[in-house]
Design a protein around this ligand. Sequence first.
Ligand SMILES: [Zn+2]
Length: 287
Amino acid sequence: MGPVIDAHVHIVSPELSREAQPYIEKDDFLAQICSSPGHRFASAGDLLAEMDRCGVERAAICSFPFSDEGLCREINDYLLEAARAHPGRFMPMASVDPRESWMEREIARCHDGGAVGVGELFPWGQNFALSGSEAARLAACCRERGLILLLHTNEPVGHNYAGKGPAYLKEAAAFALDHPQLQLIYAHWGGGLLFYELMPELKRGLQHLFYDTAAGPFLYNPRIYRAAREIGILHKILLGTDYPLLSPRRYLKELAESGLSAAEQRLIRRENAAALFPRAGAEKQNG
Ligand SMILES: [Zn+2]
């Protein structure tokens, strides 16, 4: 069925993976993420091997958000270098803290270095409100530069897990509605926001909003793919794996068994992401 594009993975430098303690000491949110049972890190090399095993051609690579500028620069540089070393395989996403005055500077630096977007950012984990001025600055900066913004969202109901924060579905809906020019992705099926696209005013106002499937196998019955078809939003669903949390294999199996037609599966496996993510961004690193 052709190569896949993965819109949501996390990698870190081998230094961080080997010895996370000095990083954790500088960052509470990272400490929280790393304390979850079963947590593991992957490097660009690990990811590339998994992509080759699973038929993934390109992946949007995220690190983790830090509040320290030096740590953000260090981890962003690792992603930018990985993309340069493997042309056409990685689409780097910049990590920043929207509460800080250096946010715009770091986004600009990453964009110049080949980043195609910003994310995955965690409004709850990074303590910024989607209704506040920090998120508005972030949106403006991404929009001006034509960068994609990937935000973590999670369900207001259901079981708890590491990474699940307080729900802000209402704020997430308002933020998306307020920024119709923004190339916006809500992770983890938008925390369920997609179901409200059955409301005509939300469907109209959220045409620019994409949803990724990250962690979906832990959250939803695979029938969610057919539900998305019924809602009429298959053109906005991106395959995102949250690797190394889960392998692409798991998603591709669910998708193959979803009951969607081959053409519909191709939208999610590749075509929606191919249209959203700039080709130039993936190839800029060549020269
Ligand atoms: Zn997430």
